[in-house]
Design a protein around this ligand. Sequence first.
Ligand code: NDP
Length: 309
Amino acid sequence: MNTTKLLIIGSGPAGYTAGIYAGRANLSPTLIEGMQPGGQLTITTEVENFPGFPEGIDANELMEGMRRQAERFGTQILPNMVTDIDLGTRPFHVTLDDNSHWTADSIIIATGASAKYLGLPDEQKYMGQGVSACATCDGFFYRKKIVAVVGGGDTACEEASYLAGLASKVYLIVRKPFLRASKIMQERVLSNDKIEVLFETNTLGLYGENGVEGAHLVYRKGENDERQYDLPIDGFFLAIGHHPNSELFSPWLKTDEDGYIITEGDSPRTAVPGVYAAGDVADPHYRQAVIAAASGAKAAMEAEKFLAQ
Ligand code: NDP
């Protein structure tokens, strides 16, 4: 049995910042990296809005810097995943994917969120064969090809703009008659000649013999002028939001209807004393690296206070 005073689960901005703060407080935390070391940011390219980098910074470089900073202050980083957890005992009990067992006096949950899919059977059928939820990971394969991005938020606009730099044509499939994205992202999309926005449009399915060759779309579904048609495309990118990675913890912690962990006010305190939730797993609203980092810092400060008692 391994023991630690503080176990941090997750390696995005929230997890690493918690590691930096807890390390500096001499808590010798242990951080479990999870499936995607560095978190969601590592699948984007440039981060333009993290303070302190006026020219922007490569996302992987930013996360690598946070990781090294956490290690510098004594955070032990393990390349594992948590497979089981018991928050009903003291100390808390955690099992990792290498079958090792850990006890922890305090836990910071910083497991982030993952991309959502529409739920069409065709998404599974063509997964990796034209369907993707990460333009920066897979965009390269669609150079000079035709792609579609689904969604009307900042992520969709960002992905459409990124893909427009590679593909010959990008359709943005938006279910409402307007974009939800911030003004600056909307302007970027609407002024890009390669991007065509298909408002009030939903996807019914995908077709193709060898991978995606097109999408079955419907314009103004349920209205008098409803029109169904096929759009030839080579790639279909989802950018319709995320769901929090909170399933492991839901037997013990309160979550909202979308699964986000509910914390006390704007603190990272959960209903279980000594357990904190930081970053996107508890944030349905902002989903920003700088905000996740700040909540990781708060969680570490709370854990320090709890452990001192
Ligand atoms: P959002 O929740 O903001 O947007 C999701 C989009 O997907 C909406 O347009 C929504 O439509 C659409 N959508 C959801 N479900 C479906 C569905 N079943 N079928 C079709 N369309 C669907 O998610 P984002 O990931 O874009 O952004 C999340 C947060 O992260 C936001 O706060 C955003 O500002 C932030 N962000 C900031 C960035 C930056 O500052 N650089 C970059 C990326 C994200 P509808 O509008 O109809 O609900």
